[in-house]
Design a protein around this ligand. Structure first.
Ligand code: SDX
Length: 445
């Protein structure tokens, strides 16, 4: 049984200096309070000492959608939204996209350091040897309609994995967590590919352990009658870069779901299913599918201006634009845009690219978007690549989930091992009725 280690980040926390404090005066009572500032934050619980009398519960902070609330201390991913900076464990995303692979990046995110040669080989061996699904899983995948959305199939199947691996409930056993990590990373592509093949009425293609992580995914998606599937190296590399770019993104909506569900000590499969469910939303990981639908709705370069006029009139959002944190160009969008051209060299130029480029050109000059600091995000160009690879729009959020599984697992484990963390249970501001007497049915109007 592993005991939680010291608080994540506590080793680097600068001790509180005298001047690191907030002096507040409660004008209701005239009392002064000193609130320590640490790591650029106050502990919201310190507000509870600010009361008007001894019966007072004390002050809370009210922050709908957590616009300005840190839920945890983390050492995994750093984002500077104003400067468009994204780093995994200190390594810039641009460097990892150029020099790393998804499996190596997944090791970095989950372990905190880049692997040496033997660590990477061992890691790849174990993930590769956990790509198979229990044969029973095929039975309920077949139960879905042919047109079932593959993201719903993935969410359901990931949750079902907890029935095959009940030992995963032993969440404070490091060996068990490691095994579930191999299984989740290994099986996500298989579940995704099986869902895709089901939608086409094609037989499932089993994993080929001689291929790379991403090469095997392409094999399970696209293999037909050939004896051995040979992935196109350019597509294999482009997809691997996309998985790297999607691997983690600090406390986004789906990661917060992973941490929240995990904080009740549910097993990692149920927590991952909840995270994938959050990712499915069109404001989050479902945006890459919504971008393609938007570009198809626009239909031509000439109609972009008209569409943007409607967005500015409040008739909808420009999908793939804007971000809670990035108030500059999402660094991932720049990398994806470059990778897109490499895919188009192989598969032919996606005709929707011209519409996307025109949307970007107009939006980046338009005061409505500039004043709101809305730039292309990770989802704006990724769908164009996936579509050019021959994947349907419904598979786009599924691809996002494959990459993000590495981040979900790392954030889940960091939460479990942080002694400051406990079950997530926010407060509320109650503005409903005071106590009322029950009115019998006969007396109701
Ligand atoms: C991802 O959190 C993460 O890190 C997420 C992610 C990750 O890797 O996990 O980066 C992945 O989810 C990327 C985002 C994908 N979603 C979309 O592309 C959907 C379109 N974008 C928007 O829905 C929106 O920008 C959000 C949801 C991404 C962010 O919303 P916020 O931070 O709550 O911002 P907001 O809605 O308060 O917007 C501020 C203003 C509003 O206008 P006003 O009310 O001030 O007049 O900007 C407007 C919004 O209406 N606005 C947009 C817009 N996004 C914001 N207007 C038009 N089109 C948009 N896309």
């Amino acid at each position: 049984m592993e005991k939680p280690s010291s608080a994540a980040g506590s080793a680097e926390v600068r001790p509180v200096q005298q001047q690191d404090s907030l002096t507040v005066v409660d004008n209701r009572t005239g009392k002064r309070y000193e609130l320590p500032i640490q790591n650029g934050c106050i502990r919201t619980n310190d507000l509870r000492k600010i009361k008007v009398n001894d019966d007072d519960f004390g002050l809370m902070s009210y922050d709908p959608a957590f616009l300005n609330t840190a839920s945890c201390i983390s050492k995994i991913t750093f984002i500077d939204g104003d400067r468009g900076i994204l780093r995994y464990r200190g390594y810039p995303i641009e460097v990892l996209a150029e020099k790393s692979t998804f499996l190596e990046t997944a090791y970095l995110i989950t372990h905190g350091e880049l692997p040496n040669r033997s660590q990477l080989s061992d890691w790849a061996f174990h993930v590769t040897h956990h790509t198979f699904l229990h044969e029973s899983i095929k039975k309920f995948l077949d139960g879905f309609h042919y047109d079932a959305h593959p993201m719903s199939m993935l969410i359901s199947t990931v949750a079902a994995l907890s029935t095959f691996y009940p030992e995963s409930k032993d969440i404070f056993n490091a060996e068990s967590r490691k095994k579930q990590t191999y299984r989740l990373l290994g099986k996500m592509p298989t579940i995704a590919a099986f869902s895709y093949r089901h939608s086409l009425g094609l037989p499932f293609v089993y994993p080929d352990n001689e291929l790379s992580y991403t090469g095997n995914f392409l094999n399970m998606l696209f293999k037909t009658t050939e004896i051995k599937y040979r992935p196109n190296p350019a597509l294999e590399r482009a997809l691997d870069i996309l998985f790297i770019l999607h691997a983690d993104h600090e406390q986004n909506c789906s990661t917060s779901a992973m941490r929240g569900v995990g904080s009740s000590h549910a097993d990692p499969y149920c927590a991952t299913a909840a995270a994938a469910a959050a990712l499915y939303g069109p404001l989050h990981g479902g945006a890459n599918e919504a971008v393609l639908r938007m570009l198809m709705e626009i239909g031509s370069v000439q109609k972009v201006t008209e569409y943007i006029k409607r967005v500015k009139a409040g008739e909808g959002k420009l999908m793939g634009f804007g971000h809670r944190v990035y108030k500059n160009y999402d660094p991932r969008a720049k990398i994806i845009k470059r990778a897109a051209y490499e895919v188009f060299d192989v598969m032919g130029r996606n005709p929707l690219l011209d519409i996307a480029l025109e949307v970007e050109r107009i939006a980046l000059e338009d005061e409505y978007f500039v004043s709101r600091r809305l730039y292309p995000n990770v989802d704006f160009y990724s769908g164009l690549i996936y579509q050019s690879m021959g994947l349907p729009m419904t598979m786009f959020p599924v691809l996002f989930a494959i990459g993000r599984t590495a981040g979900w697992i790392a954030q889940w484990e960091e939460m479990l091992l942080d002694p400051e963390q406990k079950i997530a249970r926010p407060r509320q501001v109650y503005l409903g009725y005071g106590q009322r007497d029950y009115v019998s049915l006969d007396e109701r109007i």
